[in-house]
Design a protein around this ligand. Structure first.
Ligand code: NIG
Ligand code: FE
Length: 416
């Protein structure tokens, strides 16, 4: 904040605070955004000091307060993206072209492409090269108004390469303004060298990878891609149970292409989230509700692989679940860092309201990462991660699709 001791953000057409209960917003509560019209906000020491109507907050400014008049724009918390594959080497533009010509994502994967093709390029990359790639992706996220991401490993699939990815994620978090919450996803795919002996690969994860990840504090969560032809429920159980014993939180890629029983497993183990859920049924929705698991919906990965079947967001919201939406940024199924694109898809394809989509990409996402005491809302004491959007009304974020650019992005009170 240079020579100024505080920062006043004022003349906000809507200050979207997301202030609310000290738990995730459930179901229709997601429509309550805690909007202050004609609002202002005071920031001091990288944190939010006061939030309210302009005439209440402005008098708190002193001679050494820097004043930013946002010109009647919307101010909101930075987006919290609770599901990304932030760091990988290369890209899969070639496979994208194959899909445009009619091949499916799974056909490409069965022929050795897909995740395994990114694993090959990521294994060849040095840690420094991965940091550089991650920093580039971090810039894309920040430019789009995202200030925190969950970041998964999962393109290394050897002890050495998974640790390399997690260290690269840590370095990206330390060297950019993007806050990264690391997740170990050693069980993302069965690597070529274990193709006929998946259980042996699970042994490697449980006996060798997880203990080092926990000892070196390289991840807060552990995730598994539980899917037919990838990791079975039994194998996912072994990985997640071992992770839980080591104190890691749990997240699960579940019901993306087939409904496999992953949700029951996740709920029984006390997972924080189940992610994807395109094939999820009403029965599983009831299980999530009963056992307090947050659904993380990833409409970008449905859109980009050209599938028609989106997760049943409305049924989940009507059942009272604390829904989260995220980009699933990755080089295969969802090559986007744009949370406003995800808002658009959530509204047009999953019939969420714009307000529900905003809650799902900010405060509810922060809860899913155990960070709601610090980020995801604009309340006194929270870290000053916020975005001045080029919009007068928050609904414009989902409505104008494909071209939205934040006017300014602040991470911990500093403009990025
Ligand atoms: O969440 N489903 C598994 N993992 C990713 C895709 C990763 C890739 O294609 O590289 C997903 O969609
Ligand atoms: Fe994913």
């Amino acid at each position: 904040m240079s020579q100024f001791s505080s920062l006043l953000i004022t003349n906000c057409s809507q200050l979207v605070t997301l202030a609310g209960p000290s738990r995730p917003r459930l179901g229709l509560e997601m429509r309550d955004l805690g909007i202050v019209d004609d609002g202002a906000m005071l920031v001091r020491d990288r944190r939010i000091a006061a939030v309210g109507a302009r005439n209440e907050i402005e008098p708190a400014a002193t001679d050494d307060t820097e004043v930013i008049d946002v010109g009647g724009r919307v101010v909101m918390p930075g987006f919290v993206d609770a599901h990304t594959h932030l760091v990988f080497a290369g890209n899969r533009a070639e496979e994208f072209e194959m899909r445009c010509a009619g091949m499916t994502y799974q056909q490409i994967a069965e022929r050795g492409g897909g995740i395994r093709s990114t694993v090959r390029s990521t294994r060849e990359a040095t840690e420094g090269e991965l940091v550089t790639a991650g920093q580039k992706h971090a810039r894309w996220f920040l430019q789009g108004g995202t200030t925190t991401v969950e970041a998964k490993s999962g393109y290394g699939l050897t002890v050495h390469d998974e640790l390399k990815l997690l260290r690269a994620i840590r370095r990206v978090s330390e060297t950019t303004s993007l806050r990264c919450v690391p997740t170990f996803l050693g069980a993302h795919e069965i690597p070529d060298e274990y193709k006929t002996q998946a259980d042996k690969y699970v042994d490697l994860i449980v006996d060798e990878m997880l203990p080092v990840v926990a000892k070196e504090n390289l991840a807060e969560f552990c995730d598994v891609f539980c899917e037919s032809k990838v990791f079975s429920v039994t194998q996912a159980d072994r990985v997640l149970s071992a992770a839980k014993r080591l104190g890691l939180g749990l997240r699960v890629h579940a019901d993306q292409f087939t409904s496999s029983g992953a949700i029951d497993l996740a709920a029984t183990l006390g997972a924080k989230t189940v992610d994807h859920l395109e094939q999820t049924t009403r029965d599983s929705i009831a299980v999530m509700k009963k056992l307090d698991v947050q659904p993380v919906l990833l409409p970008g990965s449905v859109y980009a692989i050209g599938s028609q079947k989106y997760a049943p967001a409305r049924a989940m919201i009507e059942a009272g679940l604390p829904v989260v939406i995220a980009t699933d940024f990755n080089p295969g199924s969802s090559p986007t860092t744009s949370m406003t694109m995800i808002l658009s898809l959530a509204c047009t394809q999953m019939k969420m309201t714009p307000a529900e989509a905003v809650t799902a990409s900010t405060i509810n996402a922060a809860w899913s990462l155990n960070r709601a005491h610090e980020i995801g809302s604009l309340e006194p004491g929270r870290i000053a991660d916020f975005v001045i959007h080029d919009a007068e009304d928050y609904r414009e974020l989902a409505y104008f699709f494909g071209n939205h650019r934040p006017h300014a992005v602040f991470a911990a009170g500093v403009r990025v």
